[in-house]
Design a protein around this ligand. Structure first.
Ligand code: NAP
Length: 339
């Protein structure tokens, strides 16, 4: 049988040869690792209740367009673990020959299994959780392992020493932290530096409507040489034109409703989104594209971590890269709307 066909006789996935033509890659802090300006997250749309072929097409569409970074976590689903299991199945079918072209990340820190050892930031939890993640994904190692959220009870020294241990075990190449405050980030990076495993990256929520990182965190990351990857850049879909005319049946707010609820999307919010949408149209962009470009105009941001429920959305978001420039007039107008 030809190399183009798998054992089933079905044509194997061949990524587009043009995949690296348009994407830009930014250096992650002061490391050797480059990340695509847009990365894909598997928080939603990759669970056992989602359409498997759609999930598979999303990953292929991403890689065909230069998105080399896929972001997961132990509890992405539903149920918890399902996104990693589905990713493992797709990886085996389509991506195995391209492992060295991919940066795959996972995380632990939120509730994962019952009892006292499946949550927060103990060494006990992080080490065993990564072992489980690797098994679900069928991988020998991940590229980046994150502590998913700060733990107010466990000493930071213990959590950071778990991250250092994981790298020394060869189960992750790099480590990162997510949603840590500026103050805790500074402490964590210093501990990791002393241990000899630098903190590669911070993953904060950052979008036009959630600006907490501008309150000190981005400065800390720049000073410490740590990269930044912004999650929920579209505020889970609010920063697109989809809710301007009501609630589409297939939208996250209607279909899922766990993390984004229709009640959150009120008239006041929609009036702001509508004004932002006017500016996007004048720029020749969709609102999703403008929201992504707005984040990428800051060179301290290494990558934007988008989600997508269909490949067309990903293709739309990727077009953001055609125009990352903002006039000062545009920026002022945007600030006035967001005030
Ligand atoms: N570290 C953490 O604590 C943490 C927390 C949350 C997320 N994350 C990471 O960040 C990733 C992204 O988060 P997110 O899914 O909230 O990101 P997002 O990009 O803000 O929202 C993605 C959703 O917006 C809609 N959408 C995307 N592109 C669109 C487009 N071009 N036009 C119209 N609608 C579009 C889709 O929703 P519809 O279903 O409505 O179509 C899509 O599922 C996650 O997968 C995960 O990897 C990390």
């Amino acid at each position: 049988m030809s190399k183009l066909f798998g054992v089933s006789g079905k044509k194997k996935y061949q990524p587009k040869e043009t995949r690296y033509d348009k994407m830009n890659y930014r250096r992650c802090g002061k490391s050797g690792l480059l990340l695509p300006e847009i990365s894909l997250g598997l928080w939603h749309n990759f669970g056992f209740t989602d359409n498997f072929e759609n999930a598979r097409n999303l990953l292929k569409c991403a890689f065909d367009n230069g998105i080399t970074h896929f972001d997961l976590a132990n509890n992405y689903g539903p149920p918890y673990g399902a996104a990693e299991s589905n990713f493992g199945t797709i990886f085996k079918k389509d991506f195995k020959p391209y492992r060295d072209e991919l940066v795959i990340s996972t995380k632990a820190g939120w509730d994962m299994w019952p009892g006292p050892y499946g949550n927060f930031g103990s060494k006990k939890y992080l080490i065993s959780s990564l072992d489980q993640s690797l098994q679900r994904m069928g991988l020998d190692y991940v590229d980046i392992f994150y502590h998913h959220r700060p733990d107010p009870e466990t000493p930071l020294e213990e959590t950071m020493s778990a991250l250092d241990h994981i790298v020394r075990q060869g189960k992750a190449l790099y480590v990162g932290i997510s949603q840590y405050s500026a103050e805790d980030t500074l402490k964590a990076t210093k501990i990791l530096k002393d241990l000899g495993t630098p903190c590669l990256i911070h993953q904060p929520r950052y979008n036009m409507m959630d600006r907490w990182v501008e309150n000190g965190l981005l400065e800390v990351l720049e000073n410490e040489g740590v990269g930044a990857i912004a999650f929920s850049p579209l505020s889970q879909g609010i920063l697109t034109d989809k809710y301007l005319k009501g609630f589409p049946e297939d939208s996250r707010a209607v279909k899922d409703g766990r993390y984004l609820k229709t009640e959150q999307i009120d008239k006041k919010l929609i009036s702001k989104v509508s004004q932002l949408n006017e500016i996007a149209i004048l720029r020749g962009q969709s609102l999703a594209q403008m929201a992504i470009a707005w984040l990428l105009k800051d060179k301290r941001i290494t990558s934007i971590l988008v989600g997508a429920s269909k490949p067309e959305q990903l293709l739309d978001s990727l077009k953001a890269l055609d125009n990352l420039q903002f006039s000062s007039k545009n920026l002022k107008e945007i600030e006035n709307i967001l005030k």
